[in-house]
Write a protein that binds this ligand. Structure first.
Ligand code: C2E
Ligand code: MG
Ligand code: MG
Length: 775
């Protein structure tokens, strides 16, 4: 039963339970009517039998009370569907009043019949009818105990009293039995009430559970069908119908699994063959997953059907749309095997493919070659034109490589600017050389990228398969070694792998290990070489130069250490150590002397170079103006804006910058102008053949220009007095550095030197000290 809530308030809403109890009162109109007719008929019988007018008077009263109740019952059933809580409560009241009036009339009729005459038949009729009515009421009015208790008492207490009042032993005994009966009936009704309540609660719970199940079923993202053990459909949720595009009338319980699957096929949601597979799983109760696709290719859906047998022999079918998941998996597996930018195979898929091809060609007479290609100057393009242009360039390179290869060859990108080509089935090594030559030429041709004309080069290392066979990893390793040599040979070229390269690579590997150990064990040392002010003859600065005394290798030159440390990425840690050590040493020197520290490009471009420098100054207590950072032109090439910013900030800090080895690289005079620098160090190569006229002019020109731009000029590598005389002639060169003044010497020595000579013209003493240090 349902109440339409017209009150609009939660407080007035009848609980389902009280609704059910009220409803139970009106439940059996038949028994009520029978009771009414029966009591009126019995009253007439007793009146007839005794002939008493008083008893006749009860007959119309009984009929009237019965008629009112019958009318109420009828009205209740007509309006109960739209009933509000208040109305229900009013109905209960009406029932109570009607039932009690009727009870009083019946009780009085029986009382009167029992007391007013001695007719045993009339007595029996009255007593048995009231007993029957009370017993019937117990089975009907259990819903409201309070009403029934009053009703039963009103009917039955008067007869019990009348029997007792008659006074004869049999009647008194009858009165006791009737009282006991009344008590038993009240008990019985209370029990019925309890049982009824329990049933109502259970029904409520069941309905709530069914509601929750329904909500869950129709809100789950999966489609679901449940089939009973006889193969008939028990439950199907809306999602299933929607996913399968089924007509609205289909999800009827009792449809067979075969019909459901057939409807899915008919709706064009699965192929008939897939339908057969799924149906077989449902019928044979196979726990299995089947993936189906739509016959309509445009929908491009992947659906997963999982059949799960149930304990009672039926089966649950879960339907999931796995299109997204499948697409994502396909994307991931593509990404795992292909380079996203160029769409070329990546290292993983290249290796697998080569391994396969090598295994297939194991006993063949023919050769194969693996070409490891590295682009030259790619980094500069990336840094100057930006990453998007760099990406376009890599795509253009990939396209050129693709176009050049035969169908059986294979090209992959290994990341960064590294490409690898596998050339199959060649007869002589020259075939690989010829391909390498063509690749170098083709990749060196100009590219047009976003209106920029870009030129890069390529270096190639080649490894050939041998008759004994080689693994993909060995080929890659060998080609890489050959590439290293090709790059060392001056780039823009190719080189075949040779066995001795493996030895060189091994030697380098050991050097790398040693270097790491050396840094950890502080096996490095700094030597210092003075820079002398040519006018005053005093030491202005000492340059810190790295030394490594290895127990077996002997003294290793920084020229050998620095590039390896750069390749290994060790330069940042090593550079930090050098900077801090040099600052700590400088603080021990006389105040007018600065320290110069060499910074390699990689070290200069590390993210926190400024904080590194600030920290070194702070821990050593060295004022910033006593620190000079020497950088080379290659440091200026990269990422020019950033470099400019760093230089400006260093300048603001008070640290001086000098441009080292000027004249060995691009020697671009524009650097001198564009970057905030305070010193230029002209490389000692300028001094070679200085007596000849031309280089001297060149050196003087550069020196004058730098001086005009407000920079101090240093000439490195002065070894003879003649060189010194030529350089100092026109007064533009402010400082000199070289063996003539001193070789680089250990820290203790430079301290002695500075203490002994500071404040004096030291050139002569320096020469004495340094020749002593040489001895
Ligand atoms: P550099 O910065 O140009 O240092 C000057 C180099 O020239 C030193 O070589 C020095 O010994 C050498 N030299 C000085 N006067 C003369 C001379 O009259 N004649 C000749 N023939 N050579 C002279 P060194 O110490 O072998 O260092 C070589 C290069 O290694 C340095 O060139 C510098 O670029 C690099 N280097 C040295 N120490 C460090 C360091 O601590 N960090 C970094 N990043 N690089 C360093
Ligand atoms: Mg230097
Ligand atoms: Mg230099």
């Amino acid at each position: 039963m349902q109440f339409a809530d017209q009150s609009g308030g939660i407080d007035h809403k009848p609980t389902k339970r009280s609704a059910a109890l009220i409803d139970s009162l009106f439940e059996a109109p038949g028994t009520v009517l029978t009771g009414i007719v029966f009591s009126a008929f019995s009253a007439s019988l007793t009146a007839l039998k005794t002939g008493m007018v008083l008893i006749w008077a009860f007959v119309p009263l009984l009929i009237l009370a019965g008629a009112i109740r019958a009318y109420d019952l009828h009205r209740y059933h007509a309006t109960k569907l739209t009933m509000t809580a208040e109305q229900a409560a009013r109905w209960q009241k009406r029932y109570q009043i009607g039932a009690l009036i009727q009870a009083i009339v019946i009780g009085l009729w029986c009382f009167t019949t029992l007391l007013s005459n001695d007719d045993a038949i009339a007595h029996m009729i009255a007593l048995s009818v009231t007993t029957g009515i009370v017993a019937g009421g117990a089975g009907r009015a259990y819903g409201r105990q309070s009403i029934f208790r009053l009703q039963a008492s009103f009917i039955f207490v008067p007869p019990v009293a009348a029997l007792a009042l008659r006074g004869t032993p049999y009647y008194v005994a009858m009165s006791v039995v009737s009282a006991a009966f009344l008590f038993a009936v009240l008990q019985l009704s209370a029990n019925l009430h309890r049982i009824f309540l329990r049933a109502v609660v259970a029904r409520e719970r069941e309905a709530a559970l069914a509601g929750q199940f329904d909500t869950a079923l129709n809100n789950m993202p999966h489609g679901l069908c449940m089939f009973r053990s006889d193969g008939q459909l028990a439950v199907m949720n809306h999602r299933f119908g929607a996913m399968m595009n089924l007509p609205d009338n289909l999800p009827q319980s009792g449809t067979s699994a075969r019909d459901v699957v057939a409807a899915c096929v008919q709706a064009g949601s699965i192929y008939a063959a897939s339908g057969d597979l799924i149906l077989a799983d449902i019928e044979t109760l196979q726990a299995r997953e089947t993936v189906t696709t739509d016959p309509d290719a445009e929908r491009n859906r992947s659906l997963s059907w999982t059949v799960q047998p149930m304990a009672d022999g039926g089966a649950v079918v879960l339907l999931e749309d796995i299109t997204e998941r499948r697409n994502a998996e396909a994307r991931i597996s593509h990404l795992a095997r292909y380079d996203e930018l160029t769409a070329l195979p990546n290292r993983v898929s290249f290796r697998d493919e080569i391994e396969r091809l090598l295994a297939a060609a194991r006993h063949s007479e023919r050769l194969s070659a693996l070409l490891f290609i590295d682009l030259d100057q790619f980094k500069q393009v990336n840094d100057t034109l930006g990453h998007p242009c760099g990406d376009q360039l890599l795509c253009a390179v990939a396209n050129r490589l693709r176009e050049m290869l035969r169908p059986e060859d294979f090209v992959a990108r290994f990341g960064g600017d590294e490409f690898v080509v596998f050339q199959q089935n060649i007869s002589v090594p020259e075939d690989a050389a010829s391909l390498a030559r063509r690749i170098v030429e083709r990749l060196s041709e100009r590219y047009r990228i976003d209106n920029h004309l870009v030129e890069i080069g390529a270096s190639i290392g080649i490894a050939l398969t041998s008759a004994e066979g080689a693994s993909a990893d060995t080929l890659l390793k060998n080609a890489d070694m050959a590439l290293y040599r090709a790059k060392a040979d001056g780039r823009g070229t190719f080189c075949f792998f040779r066995d001795e390269m493996a030895a060189t690579a091994e030697a380098r590997r050991i050097l790398e290990l040693d270097l790491r150990k050396a840094l950890a064990n502080e096996e490095f040392e700094l030597f210092y070489q003075p820079l002398v002010n040519l006018k005053s003859g005093k030491i202005s600065t000492c340059e810190a130069l790295l030394r490594w005394n290895h127990p077996v290798r002997g003294t290793v030159s920084p020229v050998d250490i620095i590039p390896v440390a750069e390749d290994m990425g060790l330069i940042v840690d090593l550079g930090r150590w050098i900077l801090r050590r040099a600052c700590m040493e400088c603080i021990k020197w006389p105040e007018g002397v600065s320290v110069a520290v060499n910074f390699s490009p990689q070290q200069f471009h590390q993210r926190d170079v400024l904080s590194e420098i600030r920290y070194a100054l702070e821990v050593s207590g060295l004022p910033a103006h006593r620190l000079e950072i020497e950088i080379t032109e290659s440091s200026l090439l990269r990422n020019t804006q950033l470099t400019h910013d760093i230089l400006s900030q260093l300048h603001a800090l008070g640290v001086r910058i000098s441009l080292d080895d000027f004249g060995t690289g691009y020697s671009s005079l524009s650097y001198l102008h564009n970057f905030p620098m305070q010193k230029v160090k002209i490389d000692r190569s300028f001094l070679e053949g200085i007596d000849a006229h031309r280089p001297l002019t060149l050196l003087r020109g550069v020196a004058r220009l730098s001086a005009d731009l407000g920079m101090a000029v240093v000439v490195e590598g002065i070894e003879t007095n003649e060189q010194l005389a030529l350089i100092s002639a026109d007064g533009t060169v402010s400082e000199g550095q070289g063996y003539l003044f001193s070789r680089p010497v250990p820290a203790v020595r430079i301290r002695q030197l500075l203490n002994a000579s500071h404040g004096k013209r030291v050139q002569e003493q320096l020469i004495v000290v340094s020749s002593r240090s040489l001895a």
